[in-house]
Design a protein. Structure first.
Length: 276
């Protein structure tokens, strides 16, 4: 068992012992994470609550049906307090990738930097540079020139919930991998490399950037028509016969902009990029 899993198991038992068994939500903060980490020897405290698939949960989390959500930090007397998180008794914060039925093969001339690394930013650069975004988002206008906004982090209070579970959230840090905008239509992107048996993802990866822009629209700070979300999974292909990448692309929206569980698939497709 890894030290991170040991820490998460200890965290589950500590919260249940502290608050009592059978609750739907257990709140804890980063100070508690550090306190429990020291005897175990787990040093990467910031990574302790980062769980982006069902399979990366610890044994005790699985037994209790727990997932972790981020509540952020509140302010008291003008000072930012310690960031908080919650164990919630729900697995619905993870979304299973839908089966892809549409496949399109594209012969292309690779750029010299296409395969230079496998970073998330490189995945999205590949998607943009070879016209995949236009094919997906603007099929009737392949010559569209969307504006592109690269990775950034921001802090905001999302004021959201998870189904019927109301969250007492504070200021949360959200990471936006990439955003594109064309004629008032905004799409936020998350890029990941393919991994065997990774069949789901943490919904907050899409919801938080979506919620960030949606709240700005609601307050009249930005003039946009709508917002959707795109998850891109890249699998490199390096066989004797073929070289290139498979890009599995899933386009989502949220039917209720305050509810993380209202995610809904709009479209999905696999683009098979092959060297011409």
């Amino acid at each position: 068992m890894s030290k991170k899993s040991q820490l998460l198991d200890t965290l589950v038992d500590h919260c249940i012992s502290r608050d009592g068994a059978g609750l739907d939500i257990y709140i804890f903060d980063n100070d508690l994470v550090k306190q429990l980490s020291n005897p175990i020897g787990f040093r990467n405290h910031n990574d302790a609550t980062h769980i982006d698939t069902k399979e990366t949960r610890s044994q005790r989390m699985v037994e209790e049906g727990f997932s972790i959500v981020h509540l952020g930090a509140k302010y008291a007397n003008g000072k930012r307090q310690v960031a908080r998180h919650a164990l919630i008794r729900s697995e619905e914060v993870f979304h299973e990738f839908e089966e892809i039925e549409k496949v399109e093969r594209i012969l292309y001339e690779p750029g010299p930097l296409d395969e230079i690394n496998t970073s998330e930013s490189n995945i999205l650069s590949l998607t943009f540079n070879h016209g995949i975004i236009n094919r997906l988002l603007y099929p009737n206008d392949l010559r569209a020139l969307p504006s592109i906004y690269m990775s950034h982090r921001t802090r905001f209070n999302p004021k959201h919930r998870i189904g019927s579970i109301e969250l007492d959230s504070g200021e949360i840090q959200a990471e936006v991998d990439m955003t594109v905008e064309h004629r008032g239509k905004v799409t936020v992107f998350e890029g990941k490399n393919w991994k065997k048996n990774r069949n789901n993802f943490a919904v907050y990866q899409l919801f938080m950037p979506y919620r960030y822009y949606m709240m700005k629209r609601e307050r009249g700070e930005i003039d946009i028509e709508n917002i959707n979300c795109c998850y891109v999974v890249r699998q490199q292909v390096t066989t004797k016969e073929e070289r290139g990448s498979n890009l599995d692309i899933y386009l989502y929206t949220f039917d209720d902009p305050e509810d993380m569980l209202s995610i809904r698939l709009l479209d999905s497709i696999r683009y098979e990029l092959r060297k011409a």
